[in-house]
Design a protein around this ligand. Sequence first.
Ligand code: GLY
Length: 330
Amino acid sequence: MTRRSVIPALVAHGGAGPAVPADERPERKRAMLEAVRRGADILKDGGDALDVVVATIIALEDHPLFNAGTGSLLTIDGSVEMDASLMLAGDRSDSGETAGGAGRISAGAVAAVGRVRNPILLARAVMENTRHVLMVGQGAERLARRAGVPMCSNEDLITERARERWRRLRDSVQLGIPHAPFGHGTVGAVAIDARGAIAAATSTGGVPGKIAGRVGDSAIIGAGTFADLSGAASATGYGEAIILAGLCREAVRSLTGAPPATAARRAVTDLLGAANAEGGIIMVDRRGRIGFAHNAAMQVGVYESGAGIRHLWPDPVAIVKSAAKSSRRT
Ligand code: GLY
């Protein structure tokens, strides 16, 4: 690939949704900073953007407060069904080529999977070990075993917190009373490395109260995750609206005429706003500039060489509320 000088950068999100309870904020902040530190260490060592986003996501999947991997929200049946995806644009430093992709972009994704501790590793295995992009079901599980992705029981993934939330939701559905919204914790990361390779990754347990078999945006390339040679994006929020908008692809396409901060804001105000949906997006462009925007509470971790690591609870952009507004988000 053409070598050009870029400033490596990493941005991660911990999901968009209702305000995080005050007693959870310090631990969420600590966990996000630790996840970004892991990714930043790889960037500082001259590592690949793909390894950076995967390391960042694994740290968040392993933390029980986030709705991904361990701690995933449950389906209305009480089962675990996780979605994850990643995408790489540019070349890997080890091979000089991306695996399993068309030209210099490649992607992998899994939908509604269980029994893997880190769905993002299985999405990576789809990208690197198959000619496919999206896998589900027993085939995905077989691939996990073949590729050496760490397996576990679904019980291992279910925290008491997730089970308690599921009970409250189930009871409120049965009694026909509204439940307090919850759902923070889809996780995402975007990065650019010193060689100019750009990657995005997203992982989630899905939205609260989802029907078994439902697949959200985090498994769909172009919706919850997208990267090309101009930049990368990872989304969070009401997955159905994000899929219909093709949110991340649209946001990355708009990088040709706008910096990431503007592209992210437009994606949230124009695309999510038009659907009356809550959510957020993080972005990085080919110059290493970053951006993020959201219309619900969202925490963000950032690494930029020079500025170091930062954690933010940025103010959401305003959305026009309507009677039809969805309360679903994660
Ligand atoms: N944004 C996560 C989901 O809708 O599943």
